[in-house]
Write a protein that binds this ligand. Structure first.
Ligand code: FAD
Length: 285
């Protein structure tokens, strides 16, 4: 099933994300976690793609296993900045042969050990996938502006270029204050972007990683959330419960304001995905 058709139903929905491991010895553990998340029957699942090697080839296999074994539609991520055109085409072919109908088309971040590439920006990849004609195409967007962008205006111009190239929906980078998303949506529409913008929510369940995540993603942590980390960050169980509650509050507020599609960065954690789903189960009926 194509994600754009799911989004067209305008029903409240949650999607969950899994990421393949960096090393092949963790594949079995990730596979098990992914299947447990799929058993929760989210609207769809996304499987990320390691830019430049690692287990990036595993994205197609894991995507196919999830979709074939659970029936949950999969959005397979694909990056281009560390790839040649031939490598990208091979990955597209692998996804098509496995029955994957949705690709999240991304630039990715350059990894130092890779020199050869035929791409500069995600829009080039989007154009290529659109020309193939087989896939529903998603793209990334940044409510707090992509970290490399000089200003938010240019960032939105480039977002519009991705829509013009063939992106049928966007998923946001994580944000921790819903006002950031609502303001962004207003500016996105002003810039002529008309496709659905799925809200990306990250349940922060461990204090250790949050500063690094924010530095990489460009997301800001509000004082309200910092207080929670200060108070509960020392205790993994308390932090996990507080992080799930915070993400739940964000999701309830989004649904209440008519944002129907929420993507949860569930980070290979079935228990976190299950807790969030349980917290909003009535809202999804
Ligand atoms: P682009 O859309 O190409 O934008 C990158 C930067 O270039 C922006 O600053 C943009 O404004 C600028 N730009 C675009 N076009 C032009 C132009 N013509 N001229 C000048 N500047 C331009 N990374 C992974 O490695 N694997 C994943 O699976 C993955 N999944 C992600 C999912 C989501 C929802 C998000 C939000 C991010 C994900 N990322 C992933 C991270 C992503 O690869 C990085 O944020 C990357 O730096 C940008 O990718 P992009 O597709 O947004 O790039």
């Amino acid at each position: 099933m194509k994600i754009i058709d799911l989004l067209g139903t305008r029903q409240p929905m949650l999607s969950f994300e899994v990421f393949p491991p960096k090393t092949s010895d963790k594949i079995d553990a990730v596979h098990t976690a992914a299947m447990e998340i799929a058993a929760l029957k989210p609207a769809f699942m996304s499987v990320t793609y390691g830019a430049g090697g690692g287990t990036s080839a595993y994205t197609a296999a894991l995507s196919a296993d999830i979709q074939n074994q659970s029936g949950v539609p999969v959005l397979a991520h694909l990056t281009c900045i560390n790839s040649t055109r031939d490598e990208v085409r091979a990955q597209m072919l692998a996804l098509k042969e496995k029955g994957i109908e949705n690709i999240m088309a991304l630039r990715g971040d350059r990894v130092p050990e890779h020199h050869e590439t035929d791409y500069h920006y995600a829009a080039e990849l989007v154009r290529e996938i659109a020309a193939d004609g087989s896939f529903c195409i998603g793209g990334a967007c940044y409510p707090e502006t992509h970290p490399e962008s000089d200003n938010s205006f240019d960032d939105l111009l480039h977002l519009k270029e991705k829509q013009d190239a063939g992106c049928q929906f966007f998923t946001t980078q994580m944000f921790f204050t819903n006002g950031v998303y609502y303001n962004f949506l207003y500016r996105v529409r002003e810039a002529g972007v008309t496709v659905p913008v799925v809200a990306g929510i990250m349940p922060v369940t461990a204090a250790g990683s949050i500063k690094r995540i924010c530095r990489i993603s460009g997301a800001t942590l509000p004082q309200r959330f910092c207080r929670i980390v200060d108070k509960y960050g020392y205790d993994p169980r308390k932090m996990k419960q507080a992080g799930i509650a915070y993400a739940t509050q964000q999701i309830v507020d989004l649904f209440a304001n008519g944002v129907n599609a929420v993507h949860v960065y569930s980070m290979n954690k079935p228990d976190v995905a299950a807790a969030i789903l349980k917290n909003v189960s009535e809202l999804l009926r």
